[in-house]
Design a protein around this ligand. Structure first.
Ligand code: ATP
Ligand code: MG
Ligand code: MG
Ligand code: MG
Length: 440
């Protein structure tokens, strides 16, 4: 992509409304534009990152055997009357009346609708286990939308719903989600720690939130530092092997890690040696939740069990904050010059800075690099503008692509370009072919 043909409305000044680094950097890098409190447009650069995050979520969900669907953003109010949540959900729900006077709402979550789909089409235990998920915009009229896309009112969420015959089966689905989430966040370059969360009036220890450590996080977290050393890496996961899933979940949940809602000082001090005790803050990027028959019972979502009798299905709901993740990744990975994208989500793989746009040899070398990267399946953002070198470098640092290749007249005469790593800041001069090989 040629920068001269791109739309990258970079801001020179720090926007005064932004209180946290990710919000400031997303505005400065021309990724988003606010349209109303907590409601954003995604501009070309932001859109690319959002789509990358979404793609990783899709791939890991489908790897775990979960089936993608797409439910609407607008829901009929009756479903929420059936579940009883119409009264309890409160002012976070945006209620709408259509021209016929019917009560509608912009979905803040989809338990009711998925239960409605299930009861309409599933009838036998033989159709279980089943996991349906979608990635769709949600609306919650948050009392304090802030931190840009991290606490928006309209936001993109992956929400998946599991249907099982028994509690035991539902807990296998729970484990499967935990493992799929660990892989998902790792691919985004994040350390997201599963923490025991509060399941509210239902009780039990069957909900975990996934938190990315960050000083600007809204949750207080207490954990054993040993948990941050765990990595799935390239371990082979067999999602049909319940024992393997359980073992992985145990590995991650054995070290103490809780939010302030479930924190217990005595347990913390008993279980964790003093040197490994950490008090910090975190950003909730996902949550898994087993809630049994909370919706299947009132809404009549039953299947015929092996003995022929109808049984309400055991359900769970499992969310990932797709748009929040874009902000969380930046909170976890930036420096004073700008964003430092992890390879998995970067909007472009490599930047090409042509220091002498208009010079035949430089133009040809830069174009050849762009083509060479494309042949490797890697997209480059090629700064072919007639701008000062300082401006071009500052833009590249701000938008945070993992690699930069600089093409200048002096180097080209000697047959070399400069390759710079955004993360380490280290540069080296190399022939173009070697630079390509390093970047790939
Ligand atoms: P929070 O505690 O931050 O309000 P939540 O617990 O209400 O989040 P869930 O119902 O668990 O949210 O939704 C699943 C995921 O959706 C959350 O883990 C979070 O990553 C994301 N999410 C929730 N609310 C917002 C929001 N207002 N803006 C962006 N993402 C959100
Ligand atoms: Mg909330
Ligand atoms: Mg929460
Ligand atoms: Mg939550």
């Amino acid at each position: 992509m040629r920068l001269s043909r791109y739309f990258l409305p970079v801001l020179k000044e720090n926007p005064s409304e932004a209180q946290v680094a990710s919000h400031r950097l997303m505005l400065r890098a021309g990724m988003i534009k606010q349209q109303a409190a907590g409601i954003y447009s995604w501009l070309p650069l932001g859109w690319r990152v959002l789509r990358n995050v979404e793609r990783i979520v899709h791939e890991e969900q489908q790897r775990a055997g979960h089936l993608p669907v797409l439910m609407p953003t607008i829901q009929p109010g009756e479903l929420w009357q059936e579940s009883g949540r119409d009264n309890s959900y409160g002012p976070e729900m945006l209620r709408i009346t259509d021209r016929q006077g019917r009560k509608m709402l912009y979905g803040p979550t989809n338990e009711e609708m998925i239960t409605d789909i299930f009861r309409a089409h599933a009838s036998s235990y033989k159709e279980l286990p089943l996991t349906l998920y979608h990635i769709q915009w949600k609306f919650r009229d948050e009392i304090r939308p802030r931190f840009g896309v991290m606490r928006g009112r309209e936001f993109l969420m992956k929400d998946g719903y599991t249907f099982d015959l028994t509690r035991e089966d539902a807990m296998i689905a729970y484990d499967r989600h935990m493992v799929a989430y660990l892989r998902t966040y790792e691919r985004m370059g994040l350390t997201a720690i599963p923490m025991r969360a509060d399941s509210g009036p239902i009780g039990g220890d069957d909900t975990h939130e996934f938190l990315v450590l960050a000083e600007t996080g809204e949750s207080e977290v207490m954990y054993d530092s040993a948990v941050t050393d765990l990595r799935l890496g390239d371990r082979r996961v067999d999602y049909d092997d319940a024992a393997q899933l359980r073992a992985i979940c145990e590995e991650w949940t054995r070290p103490y890690a809780r939010t302030d809602e479930t924190h217990d000082v005595a347990t913390f001090e008993r279980q964790v040696p003093e040197a490994r005790r950490r008090l910090s803050r975190g950003i909730e990027v996902g949550q898994i939740f087993y809630f049994g028959t909370k919706y299947s019972e009132p809404m009549g979502a039953t299947v015929q069990g092996p003995d022929g009798k109808p049984v309400p299905v055991h359900m769970g709901s499992h969310g990932i904050g797709v748009s929040r993740l874009v902000g969380a990744i930046i909170e976890a990975s930036h420096d004073d010059k700008g964003i430092v994208w992890p390879e998995g989500v970067t909007p472009f793989h490599c930047g090409i800075v042509n220091l002498r746009a208009g010079d035949g040899a430089c133009d040809a070398a830069a174009a050849a690099l762009e083509e060479g990267l494309a042949a490797l399946g890697l997209e480059a953002l090629h700064d072919d503008r007639d701008e000062r070198a300082g401006t071009k470098f500052a833009t590249m640092d701000l938008i945070g692509l993992p690699w930069r290749i600089t093409v200048g007249p002096r180097g080209i005469k000697g047959g070399v370009v400069e390759l710079t790593s955004r993360r380490t800041g280290e540069s080296e001069e190399l022939p173009p072919a070697e630079a390509l090989a390093k970047v790939a």
